[in-house]
Design a protein around this ligand. Sequence first.
Ligand SMILES: *Cc1c(COP(=O)(O)O)cnc(C)c1O
Length: 376
Amino acid sequence: MIPFNTPPFVGNELDYMKQAIEAKKISGDGSFTKKCNALLEEQTGCGKVLLTTSCSHSLEMASLLTNIQPGDEVIMPSYTFVSTANAFVLRGAVIVFVDIRPDTMNIDENLIEAAITPKTKAIVPVHYAGVGCEMDKIMEIAGKYNLLVVEDAAQGVMAYYKGRALGSIGDVGCYSFHETKNYSMGEGGAVLVNNPAMYERSEIIREKGTNRSRFLRGQIDKYTWVDVGSSYLPSDMNAAYLYAQLEKADEINEKRLASWQKYYTAFESLETKGYVQRPIIPDECRHNAHMFYLKVRDLELRSDLISYLKSNGVMAVFHYVPLHSSKAGERFGRFCGEDKYTTKESERLVRLPMYYGLSDNDIDYVTEKVKSFFGN
Ligand SMILES: *Cc1c(COP(=O)(O)O)cnc(C)c1O
């Protein structure tokens, strides 16, 4: 049986977790959290990175940092995870969904402007599969209409757009370290605060609305409740697990990219014959092999392929059911313009096993089974 995913494990995780426990610092903001923050700041060039309890929570922090008020509108793709929308719905926002580009499955930057109204407050690009959205255009629109940009870079750790780390381009970026992502701490994430005007408030929101972070640095002699907030800081034990992986981030990334490339090369012939389409990576993007997917003719064929692979011991999966067609999506949002690609492209996409430690033999096996499904 070849699983769809197994959580990454590089070897030093247990030792580092033991160190956190022995240091008697298992709550938040211990030495491993600080080391992770510093390492991520260095790697992304972002001025302030803070580990959080999840990307969902990073998005909630972003929604507080952007001061979303009831009735405000937030623009995002419908082809995304529920947390992208929930974070803003929790503050009373109306979600305005925009169609995606069929090549990258990312928000179509050319459709954003038509979705802007006087109530629009923010744009939330989602970097699907670690492939960057067209950020130059998105930032230009945001500048023109005075909107804030929150990047859902849950899948984008160690990926770049025009040389800039995903998550480091908008006002706020959000990473996930869930076990299904490239680097993991079980459940966890990070918030990248790129807008210096939000630095101090990000610490406060993450520390239950208190100025405890300044107190711990000795900048004030007692701490108090100063703003809204919640508990968004993870245990240092989880940070210790993550730190082991961030130290080996390049190695993990290279291995994933090699697996991705092996799939990509192997499916060239099927694409030439017109059976499948392989992912498209625009020139300005350096991806991180978060995912390897194929697109087949339609929903029916995809279901057959998934069942066929399953009966041959390969776990392949489909991905998001577009949010605008869900019960909550209908209630909390609206689709702006025509759904030309969101539903159609999502229905024909299938994700193949992809994780750190996936062997070449397994990739060969998966490839062979997909090819035999199509009758070669
Ligand atoms: C995984 C994911 C999330 C949620 O991440 P958690 O850390 O599990 O909360 C949000 N958005 C996208 C696009 C994701 O892939």
